[in-house]
Structure formats: C-alpha cells, structure tokens
Ligand binder design. Structure first.
Ligand SMILES: CC(C)(COP(=O)(O)OP(=O)(O)OC[C@H]1O[C@@H](n2cnc3c(N)ncnc32)[C@H](O)[C@@H]1OP(=O)(O)O)[C@@H](O)C(=O)NCCC(=O)NCCS
Length: 178
C-alpha cells in the first residue's frame, strides 16, 4: 500500500506548473479530450474556476508523501438519485503501475459513500484504456453499458464503456482523505 492521500481543491490558485505539464503530456491525456488543447497556468486557472463554481462537482489532488502526483474528480453529482461519476489522472508517469490509481479510487469511493452517502458510482472510459479498466475492476466496478464507436482515438473509433460500483458490493477502505 502506498499510503496516498486526497485533498479537496477549494481555490483555483491551487493550479501548479506540474499539473499544466501533465495536461500537455500526450501520454497522460491520450484518453481525454484534454489532448486536443494547449494548456497554460492561465487556461487551467480559468478552467478550475469554472469547475469550482459547479454545484455538482468536486475535485481533489492526489498526494504521495506530500508530493502532488495527480487529480481525481467527482462529477455529475445527483443528490436526488444519490449517484455520481469519477475520473482520475496520475500525472507523474514514474508513479504509474505502483497501485496508486487503484488506491486513489478506493479513497474516493470511501469519500463518496461515507461523506456523500451515495449508493452508486459510475466511470466512463475509452474501451482501449487498459490501465483505467484495470483500476476500476480492481475496485470491483462492473461493466454497465457499452456505447459503440463513441470516441475518436487517433484515426479509429473506439467504444465508450461505462462501469458502475454499487454500494451493496464490497467497499475498499484504503488510506486517508482530508
Ligand atoms: C489509468 C491510471 C489511472 C492507472 O493508474 P496506475 O496507478 O498506473 O494503476 P495501478 O498501478 O493501480 O494498476 C492496477 C493494475 O492495472 C495494471 N495496469 C495499469 N496500467 C496499465 C496499462 N496501461 N496496461 C495494462 N495494464 C495496466 C497494473 O499493472 C496493475 O495490475 P496488477 O495489479 O496486476 O499489477 C494511470 O495510468 C493514469 O492516470 N493514466 C493517465 C490518465 C488516464 O488514462 N485516466 C483515466 C481516464 S478514464
């Protein structure tokens, strides 16, 4: 276990140069629409401000030993139906394949169930994003829906896979959030 932490972002001044670097790294963003844009501190501050104004969105930094290495987001929060979506990015590539993505999802699940008291979490991924599929399955997410040829990836169309985790299943209990 990596003993990672997540911390909610409250201000748009919390953008960092490293975060912008990750967004401009095509390896990191190859499964995200972010790959089509050029990112700067200014554009990211503006983007973050728009996110922070949303009532149905929460965004967190992922830390390992006080080092900020990624982002995890809760979106489309539906308080009535008690569900939301998650998305995530380990931006520092040297931290890939160390179990950190799996652990971060475990933490956000705990936050969603303990603090928001929701019953369902969804995540939508590119069908060829093997890493993302792995981390969700390791967290007991199940395939919920497949939308054929939904995304454009390089010159091919790939499916969108929506996965779901329902509260009745086993929840993980890893690390701490603040
Ligand atoms: C996808 C991502 C979150 C995975 O995080 P991670 O910390 O590297 O994943 P983990 O180390 O927890 O991996 C869990 C398992 O998946 C496997 N895995 C991870 N990435 C993989 C890949 N690209 N291909 C195949 N297997 C992969 C790991 O080997 C591990 O398997 P194991 O437990 O049998 O050893 C991370 O690579 C990332 O942030 N990528 C860029 C952004 C992105 O794609 N976000 C998701 C958008 S939906």
């Amino acid at each position: 276990m990596n003993n990672i932490k997540i911390k909610q972002i409250k201000k748009n001044t919390e953008v960092t140069k490293n975060w912008v670097k990750w967004l401009n790294d095509k390896d990191v963003t190859k499964f995200s629409k972010n790959r089509f844009k050029k990112h700067t501190l200014k554009t990211q501050k503006k983007f973050l401000l728009s996110k922070l104004k949303l009532k149905n969105n929460l965004i967190f930094k992922i830390f390992i030993k006080k080092k900020h290495i990624g982002i995890i987001e809760i979106s489309k929060i539906n308080n009535l139906k008690k569900f939301c979506y998650i998305s995530y990015m380990i931006g520092e590539k040297k931290y890939w394949n160390k179990g950190i993505g799996t652990e971060a999802i475990g933490l956000i699940k705990k936050y969603i169930f303990d603090k928001l008291n929701f019953t369902k979490i969804f995540a939508g991924i590119y069908s060829n994003n093997k890493g993302s599929m792995f981390v969700l399955k390791k967290n007991n997410f199940k395939v919920y829906q497949r939308k054929p040829k939904f995304f454009k990836y390089n010159n091919i169309k790939v499916d969108k896979i929506v996965l779901i985790f329902k509260r009745a299943s086993q929840t993980s209990n890893l690390g701490k959030y603040s």
